[in-house]
Design a protein around this ligand. Structure first.
Ligand SMILES: [Mn+2]
Length: 332
């Protein structure tokens, strides 16, 4: 088993083993993390499309009881590969996970993963626990899409426009539109390869960031109105706000429409850490955190049962807003 904490690129021998496992599998079962983002879902669909084009039987899913692709991601090609988690193979011959740092993030599919004969974990989270039988984990990769592209290439499969669209969605999202520190020369070279496959960058950007129902404007107004700045919290200040189920209902918005609000909150110059608490349909608080670098939010969120990256992480809370924030402040 490779050491997921080694921090370097994936050893060639591990890639060879992955290629061998995929080549000899009769069916490949793909899974990404619950509440999928563009990197998780895009990487999974890209590999699924590439395998299917080669004639491999493929299923793909994520383990949510209320299985539903977020509206923002419905433009991604290959969604006919998706099956409800209840229709997923109970004991897959070969299962591959995408962007999943800990087995819990597989949701209900954690049981299927436990019974998989081989489990390949494809990920770029430094916090990855290495829960697979083969762990292809590179914390230096800008996105899991980078590793998905490498797997497709090593399998000798071509990247067409649809596959490129899925990979690009992951890359452009996880690099913050090529603004984050993960924007390496390698990230731009990958973007160049994908663009050459004929994808439409303007359409992808519009689908991912530049459209919402009118109710979003009202909801954003409410959420910004109640934002609080705490300059004395942590090394460089905290800005935070929250959005309830009732708020969303009043504006006619499903949960996934509030995912991008953190990007408005984190603009605040006066705070290093930005936090938004989002009440989901079950009444739990999904807490998103962002840091400009003074605080390692991955560590903070890990201490609260979550995880993520140094500058972008999250956790789930079943406490009240005030109790959740008190716990967070104590760690900052
Ligand atoms: Mn990712």
């Amino acid at each position: 088993m490779s050491d997921p904490h080694a921090g370097g690129p994936v050893p060639g021998g591990d890639w060879d083993r992955a290629v061998g496992l995929v080549a000899s599998a009769g069916e490949v079962a793909l899974a990404c993390h619950i509440s999928p983002d563009a990197d998780a879902l895009g990487s999974m669909l890209a590999v699924g499309l590439a395998l299917r084009a080669r004639g491999v039987r493929v299923v793909a899913s994520f383990g949510e009881r209320r299985f539903r692709v977020p509206r923002l991601l419905r433009f991604l090609p290959g969604q006919d590969l998706l099956v409800e988690p209840g229709d997923y193979p109970p004991a897959p011959e070969l299962m591959i996970t995408f962007d999943v740092p800990i087995a819990d993030r597989l949701g209900t599919l954690v049981a299927n993963a436990g019974k998989a004969r081989e489990l390949i974990v494809l990920d770029h989270h430094a916090s990855n626990t290495g829960f697979g039988t083969l762990n292809l984990v590179d914390p230096g990769a800008a996105a899991t899409a980078v590793l998905a592209e490498e797997l497709i290439g090593r399998l000798g499969l071509p990247v067409d426009k649809d596959i490129a669209t899925c990979l690009y969605a992951g890359l452009v999202t996880d690099t913050g539109s090529f603004r984050h520190a993960s924007t390496t020369p390698a990230a731009h070279l990958m973007a160049a390869r994908l663009l050459a496959a004929g994808l439409d960058p303007e359409r992808i950007a519009r689908e991912l960031w530049d459209r919402s129902p009118f109710g979003y404007l009202r909801l954003l107004g409410m959420v910004l109105e109640r934002a609080r700045l705490e300059p004395g919290t942590g090394p460089a200040g905290l800005v935070w706000t929250f959005v309830t189920r009732a708020d969303r209902a009043a504006c006619g918005l499903p949960y996934d429409e509030v995912e991008g609000m953190i990007d408005v909150i984190r603009r605040t110059d006066d705070a290093d850490v930005a936090v938004i608490l989002k009440e989901d349909d079950d009444g739990a608080w999904q807490v998103s955190t962002r840091s400009k670098g003074a605080v390692d939010v991955a560590r903070v969120c890990a201490a609260l049962g979550g995880g993520g990256h140094t500058r972008a992480a999250g956790f789930t809370s079943h406490l009240t807003v005030e109790q959740t924030m008190a716990g967070l402040r104590a760690l900052l």
